[in-house]
Design a protein around this ligand. Structure first.
Ligand SMILES: Nc1ncnc2c1ncn2[C@@H]1O[C@H](COP(=O)(O)OP(=O)(O)OP(=O)(O)O)[C@@H](O)[C@H]1O
Ligand SMILES: [Mg+2]
Length: 350
């Protein structure tokens, strides 16, 4: 389906909680594009580590120069183009890889550089698919108008389509579905759900079978429920089971792998405990014990875990949401909350 949107020239917003498989999916899509639509040039940007227009331009320029290799016509044109800009590129003395820096430019020049690079890729006579991962990061930029600036440039592009990818749901939705935001309504929003359980079951069973190993049906079922079908956790647990080496996997092997994983992750959980107030920690523990909560201010919940007033509960919940230690999920039935990290939830809930 994602492939269809992209082939039809739609811009897409790809959305899911962390570690669900967004980045993996982008690369799968790129692979598929390279066989089915090899005329499209795919470019991937991860802007997680950027904090300004300047660093965005840097990441963009590096991504473009690595896609269009110096041995191709477009690659050479790009380097020539960069040379026209003010003190911008130097070469790594050892590897010869161009190092892009925009330090000495004025704000206005930086904007022109961004526009220039986007114009450049848009006017090479090839279709381009540009995926920007961790897109919510642009809300952290010092240049407050960056969002509007980028939107303005993107709107002018004729041959380039975009995938905007991110895990901070609230912020991403505000960017793409709030009428006051520059990117409002400019994309198809594509929430990445967990894999269908039956397909995931056959996938796991087949992987073990490939290595002439068998796994009981109830064991696979248990793994998927325990990890809430969340890709990263499912994969980690299966890896642990796999590395323990049994040729026939039953619930016993699953239990022992779970114990091992929780043990290995313990130092991380302890570290979180250091960073949180005791109130926050107890709140997180309460949510872990409940598994999922839908009414954080209900008297029963407040009383059971000695949380205090509804206002106190809201305050703790909001601080833990900000820290991405609690995940909120909104459906037609309402909003529910759970501990973000599945392993942490299970460890705390014990
Ligand atoms: N289709 C898939 N089937 C099985 N495992 C997958 C699949 N896609 C991704 N994974 C695994 O799930 C984990 C998370 O994937 P990925 O890094 O793509 O998630 P993400 O949503 O980009 O996470 P983040 O928000 O933290 O960047 C990885 O360990 C990856 O190997
Ligand atoms: Mg990712």
């Amino acid at each position: 389906m994602l492939m269809d949107f992209v082939s039809n020239g739609r811009n897409v917003t790809l959305l899911s909680p962390r570690r669900m498989g967004k980045t993996g999916l982008i690369f799968r899509l790129f692979d598929e594009m390279s066989t089915k639509q090899s005329d499209v040039q795919c470019i991937y940007l991860d802007i997680f580590a950027t904090d300004s227009l300047e660093s965005f331009v840097k990441v963009l320029a590096s991504a473009v120069s690595s896609v269009f290799s110096q041995n191709t016509k477009i690659g050479r044109q790009f380097l020539d183009y960069l040379k026209h800009l003010r003190p911008l590129i130097s070469y790594d003395p050892i590897s010869g890889v161009p190092q892009i820096s925009v330090t000495y430019q004025t704000e206005n020049e930086k904007e022109q550089t961004l526009k220039g690079i986007l114009d450049f890729i848009d006017s090479r006579g090839v279709k381009v698919l540009l995926a920007i991962d961790e897109f919510q990061q642009i809300r952290e930029y010092k240049n407050v108008c960056f969002e509007a600036l980028l939107r303005g440039y993107i709107q002018m592009m004729k041959n380039t389509n975009f995938i905007f990818c991110g895990s901070k749901r609230k912020m991403m939705l505000d960017m793409f579905s709030n009428p006051r935001s520059p990117f409002y309504s400019s994309t198809v929003i594509f929430p990445l759900d967990s894999v269908n359980k039956e397909s995931y079951k056959s996938f796991i069973t087949a992987l073990f079978a490939k290595d002439s190993r068998t796994i009981d049906d109830d064991a696979v079922e248990y793994i998927l429920d325990w990890t809430r079908l969340h890709t990263f956790y499912t994969q980690s647990l299966c890896n642990m089971i796999y590395s323990e080496g049994s040729s026939h996997i039953t619930m016993k092997e699953v239990d022992s792998a779970i114990a091992m994983i929780l043990k290995l992750n313990e130092p991380i959980f302890f570290q979180y405990r250091e960073l949180l107030t005791s109130g926050q920690w107890q709140y997180l523990e309460a949510v872990a014990k409940e598994g999922v909560i839908t009414q954080p201010t209900a008297g029963k919940f407040l009383m059971k875990y000695k949380i205090g007033t509804p206002a106190n509960s809201r305050r703790l919940l909001s601080s833990l949401l900000d820290k991405e230690l609690i995940l909120s999920t909104t459906t037609q039935e309402g909003t529910s909350y759970r501990v973000y990290d599945v392993f942490m939830e299970k460890w705390m809930g014990r």
